[in-house]
Design a protein around this ligand. Sequence first.
Ligand SMILES: [Zn+2]
Length: 159
Amino acid sequence: MNIYTIGFEEQLKILREKSTPVENIDDQMIALTLKMIETLDGIGIGLAAPQIGINQRFFVCALDDEAPMVFINPELIETSEELSKYEEGCLSIPDNYGNILRPAHIKVQAWNTRGRPFTLEAGGLMATCIQHEMDHLNGILFIDHMPGKKRDKILKKFQ
Ligand SMILES: [Zn+2]
C-alpha cells in the first residue's frame, strides 16, 4: 500500500483516469478503506482509491476530531453558489499547496461500507475534502483549479 513505490509518471496516469463505479462492497474493499484511513493518520484528511492505484469510485475523509467516513460511488447532488477558499494539498503531489475556491456547502449522496446509501450535507473543511476527493474519481487534481502557469510549474517539478 505504499503509494510512492511507483514513479510519478505512472502514478499520474492512474490519477488522470476516470474511475469506475464499485460493484461489490466486499471484505477486501472494506479492508482497503480501513487501511486508507490508517494511512491518513497524521498526514492528511482525505485519500481516494486512484491515489493507491485503484481506479474505483471510493474515498475516505478523516478530519481531526471527527469519525472517519467512507464514501462509495458518491454523487454531488447540490453545491452552493457561495464559494469558500481553503489552502489545499494532496498526498499525491507532496509539499505543494494552493488556495482553491470551491462551493462552500454541498450535499453528497454515497454508500457506506455496510452497503447502505446515505446523504450528507457538509460545509467548511469537510465540503472541501469531499470535493477534492470526488475530483480524484474524475481524474482531476487540485492543481487543475490553479492558474495554468502555476499548475505547469508544479507538474514540471515532478517530471
Ligand atoms: Zn488529493
